[in-house]
Design a protein around this ligand. Structure first.
Ligand code: PLP
Length: 440
């Protein structure tokens, strides 16, 4: 099988039979097979096996930040693989790319985030942060501090703890295997978090949950600096700072899930920097390698590291691919190229071009509203009547239809909250995109 040339149809048949796809409707897939079979890509474009070219308007899963077909990343992987593809990081073993990358990440990270724990992706990073937060409190003699507060609309991944912190309903209807001790707060309420009890939204905000549950039971608050898969919600200025302050006030750790916002997506290296906030843990994945290798991790602040390194036992946590030599070599090259080509600045500069494009869309289609962009992380919403915010009936599946229409015109975008009555279209192209390409 591995040597025989296969037609697209033959591959589709094998796919239907053998490949159970993530976040895909299994019954539909078993009947219809893959929607598209990608074969190659260059920059913002990807081709299918029939040679059709598509604009990748969402960097696949918000991760292919340097765009497709970057030969230098492939060469970095090849070079490292030929030398030493992989070595364990357990029991004190180490390798050069993992060490060099750790140093590089620390030099880029805000504040005193100055050590890293490697994982192979975003969910693992968030689970790791939860475990490290609880471990930290155990070491501090406060083992009851175990609860995690996450936000409504959050997406933190699909491992059981990360899934529990996720609050998008679809991820909870699949398998009811949540952990306990996770609470969801209303998102982005600045005044409540600053302590304004007269705010009508006070009930259910983070501060309210902390007061009800008791700070002595809470380990950490986790949030995406900009919510991604939940709908691309950019917090108002002051919100992240208010949460940081609240965490300091109550002795709670702040976990920033920067799996999407890390590595330039929002026009700064890390999303938290837009609001000058230094989280206690910064979780990353995706953009660290632009998707060319599987890598994630958690950056950790000095005071936590200082506590952890006092521990004389074994830190019994880690993944086979923690500190994967090839993935780390790819990440190093990815960051080098980002710096060489001013990718983060480009993401910032392109924000306005996207915003102008959204104004054009608003003028052209009277169902488009609530446009937003921070760097190259952006979205707009669809309403039957934007002026009164009258939503489309759920049965219309407006965002899904727009997604299909774009697909037929060879543009990949991300319709989100389909089936929940919200109709959001996310656009997050590779950070190498230029003005002409955005206009196209
Ligand atoms: N956190 C955020 C903010 C994400 O967007 C994602 C994935 O989209 C994850 C975590 C999970 O990452 P992974 O799919 O690599 O486990």
């Amino acid at each position: 099988l591995s040597t025989k040339q296969l037609s697209v149809q033959e591959l589709a048949e094998l796919d239907k039979k053998y490949f159970l796809h993530p976040t895909t409707a299994p019954k539909v897939h078993a009947e219809q097979g893959p929607k598209i079979m990608f074969s190659e890509g260059k920059g913002i474009y990807v081709k299918d096996m029939d040679g059709n070219s598509y604009i990748d308007g969402v960097s696949m899963l918000w991760n292919v930040n340097l765009g497709h077909g970057q030969k230098e990343l492939a060469e970095a992987a090849k070079e490292q693989m030929e030398k030493l593809a992989y070595s364990s990081s357990f029991i004190g073993y180490s390798n050069e790319p993992a060490v060099r990358l750790a140093e590089k990440l620390v030099s880029l990270a805000p504040g005193d985030l100055n050590s890293v724990f490697y994982t192979s992706g975003g969910s693992e990073s968030n689970d790791t942060a939860f475990k490290l937060a609880r471990f930290y409190w155990e070491l501090k003699g406060q083992p009851k501090k175990r609860k995690i507060i996450a936000l409504e609309n959050a997406y933190h991944g699909v491992t059981i703890a990360a899934q529990t912190a996720t609050s998008i309903p679809n991820f909870h209807t699949f398998s009811s295997s949540n952990i306990s001790d996770v609470f969801h707060a209303k998102p982005h309420l600045t005044n409540c978090e600053l302590g304004d009890k007269s705010d009508p939204n006070y009930e259910g905000c983070i501060r309210d949950i902390v007061e009800k549950e008791g700070a002595d039971s809470i380990a950490a608050v986790i949030m995406e600096p900009v919510q991604g898969s939940g709908g691309v919600y950019i917090p108002p200025d002051g919100y992240l700072q208010a949460v940081r302050k609240l965490c300091d006030e109550f002795g709670i750790l702040f976990i920033a899930d920067e799996v999407i916002t890390g590595f330039g997506r929002t026009g700064l290296m890390f999303g938290s920097e837009n609001w000058d906030v230094v989280p206690d843990f910064l979780c990353f994945a995706k953009g660290v390698t632009s998707g060319y290798a599987q890598l994630g991790g958690v950056l950790i602040r000095q005071h936590i590291r200082d506590t952890i390194v006092q521990y004389e036992g074994v830190l019994s946590h880690g993944f086979t691919y923690s500190g994967h030599a090839t993935a780390c070599a790819v990440a190093l090259k990815n960051i080098e190229l980002m710096e060489r080509d001013n990718i983060v600045v480009n993401a910032k500069n392109m924000e306005q071009v996207l915003a102008d494009g959204f104004e054009y869309l608003k003028g052209k289609y009277d169902i488009v509203t609530k446009t937003r962009a921070i760097g190259l992380l952006s979205a707009f919403e669809l309403y039957e009547d934007p002026t009164t915010e009258k939503p489309f009936d759920v049965s219309v599946m407006a965002a899904a239809k727009v997604g299909e229409e774009c697909f037929s015109r060879k543009l990949l975008i991300r319709p989100i909250r389909v089936g929940e009555g919200k109709n959001i279209i996310a656009i997050a192209p590779p950070l190498v995109i230029n003005k002409q390409e955005i206009e196209q």
